[in-house]
Design a protein around this ligand. Structure first.
Ligand code: NAI
Length: 411
C-alpha cells in the first residue's frame, strides 16, 4: 500500500459540516499532491457511506459495503458522524474502531502560531498522544441500575467474590473495565516505535494505577516489561528506581546520565491527575504519551484546548499490524453551524497530512502544513478564529482556495 503511487482511498464525507470540510479538504489534498509530484502520484477517491447520509440512502447507518471497502483498501479518511440515538450503536466511530481493530488513536498536539490560546507560551506544547482504542470502559460492558443483569452481576460479586465495598448495591449501575497485556503492549509498542522513528527522547505512560492497580497499573507494568524484553535502546525510570533502592540514588543518577549520553529514550510514568497538572505547568517535559482509552479521551481534548486547537487538531485510528487506518476530523458534526460556510476544515486537513505522511508522501503533507501555518499567521482564518483575531472571516471554501494558492506559490 505505502509503495503505491496511485492508491484508491475511500472517504466518508461525514454529517453536518462534514460535506463542507470534506469538499475543502479534498481540493487541498489533490492540489498539494499535484504540486509535490505532478501526475507521478495521484489519489483516486472512492466515496463510501456512513452516518446520516448512509441511513438516508440505504437504511443502514454503517452499510456492509462500507466496511468491506475499508477492509479492502486499508487507508481511509472521514469527516464527523452523527451518533444515531437508539439505533443499537453506541457510536459509529467506536464501531468502526472495533470492527477494524484500530487499536491506536494517534493525536499529535502542537501549536500553530497565530491561533488564540489560553496559555502564555502555547508553543511549549508539542507532543503526540497514543490512546488505546479498543479496551477499557469503551468495551461497553455496562448494566443499568436495577436491571436483571446488574442484579445477577451483583450477586456474583458479593456471593462468589466476597465483594463488600459496593456502597448502595440495590441501585448501583455496574460497568466493567477490561485492560489486557496484549492490548496494552501493542499500543505501547506503537508509541515506542514512533518515538524511535521520530527521534523523540521521552515516552511517558499515563495511568491511574495508584487506584486501579490491575487494570491501569497493569498497563504501566506491561509497558515496562515489554521494554525490558524488546527495547535495549530505552532506559526506564522503573529501572532508575530499582537501582536507587538497591544501590543508592547516586548510582541511579549515574545510570540515567549514562543512558542520556548514549542517546537512549527515557520512559517514565505519571499518574493521570498529576499529568493534567504537569501539561499545564511543564508541557515541554513531554514528547510521546501512551495511555489507556478513557484517560486518553480526557488528555487529548485538554491538550488540544491548551494550544487553542480543539477545532483544528488532527487524529488517526491505526492498526499498525494489519495496516488498517482511518484518518479523521476530531471534532463533531457541528450542527449549529452546518451549511453556513463557517466550518474550519483544518482538523480534517491536518489528518489528511497524517495520512500522506503514513503513505510516505512527506512533501505533499509538508505543503499542507506550511499553507495552514501561513494562513494562520497572516490571519486568513475561518469564522471560529476571526473574532479572537479581530479580522474578517473567510468562508470554508474561500479558506481552502487561500491554502491552494499558498501551496502553489510556495513551489
Ligand atoms: P461538535 O464538535 O460538533 O461541536 C462543538 C462546538 O464546536 C460547536 O459550537 C461547533 O460549532 C464547534 N465546532 C466543531 N467543529 C468545528 C469546526 N470544524 N469549525 C468550526 N467550529 C466547529 O460537538 P457536539 O455538538 O457535541 O456534537 C455534535 C454531533 O457530533 C453529535 O452527534 C456527536 O455525537 C457527534 N460527534 C462526532 C464525532 C466524530 O465523528 N468524530 C466527534 C464528536 C462528536
Amino acid at each position: 500500500m505505502t509503495k503505491q503511487l496511485h492508491p484508491v482511498i475511500p472517504y466518508i464525507e461525514g454529517d453536518g459540516i462534514g460535506t463542507e470540510i470534506w469538499r475543502a479538504t479534498q481540493k487541498v489534498i489533490d492540489a498539494a499532491v499535484y504540486s509535490a509530484y505532478q501526475t507521478e502520484r495521484k489519489i483516486t477517491w472512492l466515496e463510501v457511506l456512513a452516518g446520516q447520509k448512509a441511513f438516508d440512502q440505504t437504511g443502514s447507518w454503517l452499510p456492509k459495503e462500507t466496511l468491506a471497502a475499508l477492509k479492502k483498501y486499508k487507508l481511509a479518511i472521514k469527516g464527523p458522524l452523527t451518533t444515531p440515538i437508539g439505533e443499537g450503536f453506541r457510536s459509529l466511530n467506536v464501531t468502526l474502531r472495533q470492527e477494524l481493530d484500530l487499536y491506536a488513536c494517534v493525536r499529535p498536539i502542537r501549536y500553530f502560531k497565530g491561533v488564540p490560546s489560553p496559555l502564555k507560551a502555547p508553543g511549549k506544547t508539542d507532543m503526540t498522544i497514543f490512546r488505546e482504542n479498543t479496551e477499557d470502559v469503551y468495551a461497553g460492558i455496562e448494566f443499568a441500575s436495577e436491571s436483571a443483569e446488574a442484579k445477577q452481576l451483583l450477586d456474583f460479586l458479593t456471593k462468589k467474590l466476597a465483594v463488600t465495598t459496593i456502597r448502595f448495591p440495590a441501585t448501583s449501575a455496574l460497568g466493567i473495565k477490561p485492560i489486557s497485556q496484549e492490548g496494552s503492549q501493542r499500543l505501547i509498542t506503537a508509541a515506542l516505535d514512533y518515538a524511535l522513528e521520530h527521534e523523540k527522547k521521552r515516552v511517558t505512560f499515563v495511568h491511574k494505577g495508584n487506584i486501579m492497580k490491575f487494570t491501569e497499573g497493569g498497563f504501566k507494568n506491561w509497558g515496562y516489561e515489554l521494554i525490558k524484553e524488546n527495547y535495549p535502546q530505552v532506559f526506564t525510570m522503573d529501572r532508575y528506581k530499582k537501582i536507587a533502592a538497591e544501590t543508592g540514588i547516586e548510582k541511579a543518577d549515574v545510570a540515567l546520565k549514562e543512558a542520556k549520553n548514549l542517546g537512549k529514550i527515557i520512559v517514565d510514568d505519571v499518574i493521570a491527575d498529576n499529568f493534567l497538572q504537569q501539561i499545564l505547568l511543564y508541557p515541554e517535559n513531554y514528547q510521546v504519551v501512551a495511555t489507556t482509552n478513557l484517560n486518553g479521551d480526557y488528555i487529548s481534548d485538554a491538550l488540544a484546548a491548551q494550544v487553542g486547537g480543539i477545532g483544528i487538531s488532527p487524529g488517526a485510528n491505526i492498526n499498525y499490524q494489519t495496516g488498517h487506518a482511518i484518518f479523521e476530523a476530531t471534532h463533531g458534526t457541528a450542527p449549529d453551524i452546518a451549511g453556513k460556510g463557517w466550518a474550519n476544515p483544518c482538523s480534517l486537513l491536518l489528518s489528511a497530512g497524517m495520512m500522506l505522511d503514513h503513505l510516505g508522501w512527506f512533501e505533499a503533507s509538508e505543503k499542507i502544513t506550511a499553507a495552514i501555518e501561513k494562513a494562520l499567521q497572516s490571519k486568513h482564518v475561518t469564522h471560529d478564529f476571526a473574532q479572537a483575531l479581530d479580522t474578517n472571516a473567510l468562508s470554508t471554501a474561500e479558506f481552502s482556495d487561500y491554502l491552494i494558492n499558498a501551496l502553489q506559490k510556495a513551489h
